[in-house]
Design a protein. Sequence first.
Length: 490
Amino acid sequence: MPERHDLELLIKSHIPIIVIESREEARAVDMIRSMQLRLATPIFRWTVTEGLQRVDLVMDTQPFNAKPADVLGHIKSTRTSGVYMLLDFHPYLDEPINVRLLKDIAINYESTHQTIVLISHAFELPEELKNYSARFEFMLPNDQAVRKIVSEVAEQWTANNRKRVQADPQAFEMLVRNLSGLTHDEARRLARVAIYNDGAITDNDLPVVMKAKYALLSKEGMLHFDLDTDSFANLGGFSRLKNWIRQRQPAFAGKLPGVDAPKGILLLGVQGCGKSLAAKAVAGVLGIPLLRMEISALFNKFHGETERNLRESLKAAEVMAPCVLWIDELEKGIAVGDNDGGTSKRVLGSMLTWMAEKKAPVFIVATANDIEALPPELVRKGRFDEIFFVDLPDQKNRALIYDIHLRKRQLDSKNFELEKLAQLSEGFSGAEIEQAVVAAIYAGHAQQTTITTSHLVQEIRHTRPLSVVMAERIADLRAWAAERTVSVED
Ligand SMILES: Nc1ncnc2c1ncn2[C@@H]1O[C@H](COP(=O)(O)OP(=O)(O)O)[C@@H](O)[C@H]1O
Ligand SMILES: [Mg+2]
């Protein structure tokens, strides 16, 4: 196995600290143990629960060496050469003493030949130790390997049930794509989830598989998996945006080999005009999962270090690819002033770097209501494929939005004078139109009459749209957008 060979070479190449970032702890440990004869040096394994244990011989554990600083102190003082696998050591690198002890051990490498192998699901080594270290990564199965895994699981099911698995070829391929980014074991487990319930691979399995996959990856609460996507049919207007997305859809379905999938778009504009709804509809139309990044949670002290949170979220998104990464109200995260010790600046920097370098088909849909708060480097040309401006709906689109929301509530829009309603609600956002429809339904219900155009007219008359209250801000927004964005409408 080339992986084992590479790892062995790394251990033999006099690098004091090796970081293995993997969800396959057992695989990493077994692989290193299997090298014992060739390494010809003692191999130890440490966990905070069991302490240190020599594993190339049958030896008792040393529970007295369970504490992180104790085990490092012990390794440093014994000077026994060996490979020391420290499992889940990552939380303890917040302690300066542990960092220093690791550095001491690393500096002594040439005389002691002690290799520290840090094995955790995610690992960020402090700067002080980076010079002494190397990272090792397991390769994940490629599409061909995943296809083989799914076929094996199907064969097992067939053997147990004496029936063939019903597999729709397209659903089979979608399943294979959705299992990418997982380890062998994980892919096998999820293939069972898909096949064992009904002996078939169909479109219905995909949401369940995606949800299970997401649960495997995301332990923290920065990314939310939204099964609740939407369709373009429920989004009034946005004709140019809809065409733009439809044209690029083949790139996401893997039908344009050699063409990079689009990076992402920024939807900027007036509040309540359907930006969030559009983000959900984009995922629905592309037929890929929607991951919503919670910008405020990212910055929440309670969740720990912001930049690490961001990195882990972006990594999870890459594994979920192809997917839409929806960053709603972007300005809330990036716009924080200069009084946060530079965190928001660094987060913005990491975000931009990631956007520029990412290879996985993660399509970013960012939304923002406020431009003043957005740093200029974010809206510079080339960051996003396109910056779309979302304005208040015009007369024609207001009629469409009435139609959508009436039909959503089982009302026949043929019974309403949509043109008249659209005219009367000049300056209304989509959200305000929806509100008028809902309020009219309540009013009609209270009066025990069927609701008619006049109920809606009443509600419209009672509404003072935000665009009136915020006329000046909207004018500024339009002026800014005119030079830098394209409209979502043709
Ligand atoms: N263009 C539209 N078509 C249909 N419904 C709309 C539209 N714009 C707004 N709405 C309704 O208003 C709600 C709130 O809009 P939202 O997408 O949250 O606006 P934004 O994100 O721009 O502030 C939506 O969930 C939807 O029900
Ligand atoms: Mg919104």
